[in-house]
Design a protein around this ligand. Structure first.
Ligand code: NAD
Length: 490
């Protein structure tokens, strides 16, 4: 493949110091796409040194100029949209109709949003007691490390680089070893639009070597991690050495609740998107359907018919609605969850198998629907595949108890035509994001993140700018007041 396959450090593509490589595969048929350089600890060290060297000048670059470079990057992404979409599709298995319509436009939109925010984000003046001026400025954190997973590699890179660079930080990014290609192509665009060397460094490599080293690194000031809850806990431990700031976007088990008064056809459509988009490999997937018992039969029948009709196949085909999972290892994990469901006595209503027409080495799993009561492992733990559980509830209280029954608190959805219920219920859900009569909406201006086992901190919007800056409070004595209380007043 004609895409960069080296590490991007200090504005140049370079080999890994130890000379190792990682094979990258096409999950549609298991064929090898390319070998890429395998970054390890010593390469992370080089990248961090480059980011540190560039940090002072980048922080001192006028915010409007930083913003302009991000706007240029957004334009360059759009100009290369078809190429990036195809690259992402081949590397991840994500259908081309989605990478073209969603991933690439959203990546450009994110850089454009943060390009625009760069010179609008500002500090404040605090109304303190007379005789003092107290102002707060927002300063870049410094060197921002980022670790991203394989499910939306290009888009998640923009979620981290956008606010990091807009706020004046330099960056070291470690993409997943499984899906580094679009991020390395992005590195070329970053250089082309004139973002200075060292401001962005991209070092693909394995998690337990490159990732761990970045999380531990004493000269990294912040780590933003997107990935599993288990690895997220490890990142917190690894960060303790220099007490770097940590931001965690972890797993989810989104409840998707359909009330008796919902528009059933709309709910069926939206619920299918909620779980089957990107083969269910989304932290915000609506992976737990909870149906009011009075509409459960009607909903189930329509939902199963829609799920069975999803066009599964080669993700490069524009007609394909669901492609393969991103790796064979993950395909095995999802199929093991089907076995777990059976062991727990759950009924497989649809799928649970590799589709007959899938290529032999393809990583496919058919849309899978499982009847399961809240409390079973398949309703509490993240499967991260095209696997949705379906249960029922009787009252609003029952729905709320079941919805809030997991360790996670990322996304949740509800379908109702009762406005009061929509507000009341949204407020009571333990979730960072709630969608009413829709699911999985994201926008660069809207805070994204979770609570509990889903992590902490927020991407996107002004919240993300807070994550990438430190508040510095400065006190000016404006009336020559004595710096201490006079003794006669003590
Ligand atoms: P993962 O945790 O295995 O890996 C994520 C990233 O961390 C990869 O780049 C990996 O190489 C790296 N990594 C692995 N071990 C590491 C270590 N010891 N130290 C530092 N880095 C390490 O997750 P995954 O399987 O790639 O992705 C799926 C998970 O990501 C799911 O749990 C999903 O819910 C979660 N996710 C969360 C969000 C969110 O925004 N909340 C978004 C997407 C995915």
């Amino acid at each position: 493949m004609n895409t960069p396959n080296q590490l991007f450090i200090d504005g140049e593509f370079v080999d890994a110091l130890a000379g190792g490589t990682v094979a990258v595969h096409d999950p549609h048929d298991g064929s090898k796409l390319t070998d890429i350089a395998e970054g390890r600890g010593e390469d992370i060290d080089r990248a961090v040194a480059a980011a540190r060297k560039a940090a002072t000048d980048w922080a001192a670059t006028p915010a409007a100029d930083r913003g302009r470079l991000l706007l240029r990057l957004a334009d360059a992404i759009e100009a290369s949209g078809d190429e990036l979409a195809l690259l992402e599709t081949r590397d991840t298995g994500h259908p081309i109709r989605d990478t073209t319509r969603l991933d690439v436009p959203r990546t450009a939109a994110t850089f454009r949003y943060f390009g625009g925010i760069a010179d609008k984000y500002q500090g404040s003046v605090v109304p303190v007691e007379r005789g003092f001026l107290n102002y707060v400025q927002r300063k870049p954190v410094g060197v921002a490390g980022s670790i991203v997973p394989w499910n939306f590699p290009l888009m998640f890179t923009s979620w981290k680089l956008g606010p990091a660079l807009a706020a004046g930080n330099t960056a070291v990014m470690k993409p997943s070893e499984l899906t580094p290609l679009s991020t390395l192509r992005l590195a070329e665009l970053i250089a082309e639009v004139g973002i200075p060397p060292g401001v962005v460094n991209i070092v693909p490599g394995y998690g337990d070597t490159a990732g761990q080293h970045l999380a531990e690194h004493p000269d990294v000031d912040k780590i933003s991690f997107t990935g599993s809850t288990q690895v997220g806990r490890g990142v917190v431990h690894a960060s303790a050495g220099n007490l770097k700031r940590v931001q965690l976007e972890l797993g989810g088990k989104g409840a998707n609740i359909v009330f008796a008064d919902a528009d059933i056809d709309q709910a069926v459509q939206g619920s299918a998107f909620a779980i089957f988009h990107n083969q269910g490999q989304a932290c915000i997937a609506g992976s737990r359907l909870l149906l009011h018992e009075s509409i459960a039969d009607e909903f189930r029948e329509k939902f199963l018919a829609l799920a069975a009709s999803i066009r599964v196949g080669d993700p490069k085909d524009p007609g394909t609605e669901m492609g393969p999972l991103t790796s064979s290892l993950h395909q095995q994990r999802v199929l093991e969850w089907v076995d777990t469901a059976r062991t727990e006595g759950c009924q497989i209503l649809l799928g649970g198998t590799v589709p007959d027409e899938a290529p032999a080495a393809g990583c496919y799993v058919a849309p899978t629907v499982v009847a399961a009561a809240t409390g079973t492992r398949v309703t509490l733990e993240e499967v991260f595949g095209p696997f949705v559980t379906v249960g029922t509830f009787t009252t609003d209280d029952d729905a709320l108890t079941q919805a809030n029954a997991t360790q996670y608190g990322l996304g949740a959805g509800l379908w109702t035509t009762d406005l009061a219920r929509a507000h009341r219920f949204s407020d009571q859900l333990r979730a960072g994001m709630v969608w009413v009569n829709s699911y999985k909406r994201v926008n660069p201006g809207s805070p994204f993140g979770g609570v509990g086992g889903s992590g902490y901190g927020r991407e996107m919007g002004f919240e993300a700018m807070h994550e990438y800056t430190e508040a510095q409070s400065i006190w000016i004595n404006t009336e020559r007041l004595p710096p201490w209380y006079p003794r006669d007043q003590a």
